[in-house]
Design a protein around this ligand. Structure first.
Ligand code: HEM
Length: 209
């Protein structure tokens, strides 16, 4: 953990850059995805047009296909750094069901344990979970985009319709994550600035990397 002028580095530059690029790309993917969904809904509802991006199916597809490259390559950079740079090991592990449950039970009693730069077990589980869900989004998206080329993967997902359903499920989980994540940041606002600047005052504990 690096210190600088009474401050500690809690979020490395690469994590911050990829986090905020991911936010922009993911929002474009979600809002354009809702417009694509509206053109051929899976269920008996459509998304309000004002909440969608692209104006029409063709426009929405262009937004979706443009942002998917950003999402995928940015995500890949974060994953490689997380795995080979030791970031995941230092910040997301250890992670046990018991620790997640204890932390969750504490949160229900209104006691959210949060030191800037140290993720509690529920946060760790949520972050690892959303990363897996985003990988799922990309894989199901590949099958929907190129069903012939990714036939093998598609078969594992129950075919084209199965991939569509799973893509929708992953999107719903990401939207749920974003909602809870943003509420948590609003409840513990001192976590916000370090995600921009990287640093926090030394009276808080920092990440292990
Ligand atoms: C697509 C939506 C989002 C996803 C998938 C996402 C995912 C994540 C992940 C995985 C982390 C942990 C990063 C790491 O240490 O490797 C994180 C941290 C964080 N995110 Fe997000 N995020 C999203 C949107 C947002 C938004 C909109 C905000 C602003 C309100 C935000 C604020 C933060 C903050 C402040 C942290 C650090 C939390 C702490 O230090 O306790 N995120 N996010």
């Amino acid at each position: 953990m690096a210190t600088q002028g009474g401050k500690i580095l809690v979020h490395p530059l690469l994590v911050r850059i990829t986090h905020w690029i991911n936010v922009v790309a993911m929002l474009i993917m979600i809002f354009s995805g809702w417009r694509i969904y509206n053109a051929s809904p899976l269920f008996s509802f459509k998304f309000p047009v004002d909440l969608t991006l692209g104006g029409w199916l063709g426009g929405a597809l262009q937004w979706h296909f443009a942002a998917m490259w950003v999402l995928a390559f940015n995500g890949l950079a974060y994953l490689l750094y997380g795995i080979f740079g030791g970031h995941f090991k230092a910040n997301f592990l250890p992670l046990t069901p018991r620790a997640i449950w204890n932390e969750f039970a504490k949160a229900l009693r209104g006691k959210i344990a949060h030191e800037v730069g140290v993720y509690n077990a529920v946060q760790r589980a949520a972050y690892v979970g959303v990363i897996c869900v985003i990988v799922g989004l990309v894989l199901t998206g590949l099958v929907i985009w190129k069903p012939v080329q990714f036939q093998g993967l598609g078969t594992l997902m129950g075919g084209f319709e199965g991939a569509r359903l799973l893509h929708f499920l992953c999107m719903s989980l990401v939207v749920l994550f974003i909602f809870v994540h943003v509420v948590m940041v609003a409840l513990v606002p001192r976590t916000f600035l370090p995600m921009l600047t990287g640093h926090a005052k030394t009276n808080n504990h920092g990440h292990g990397d």
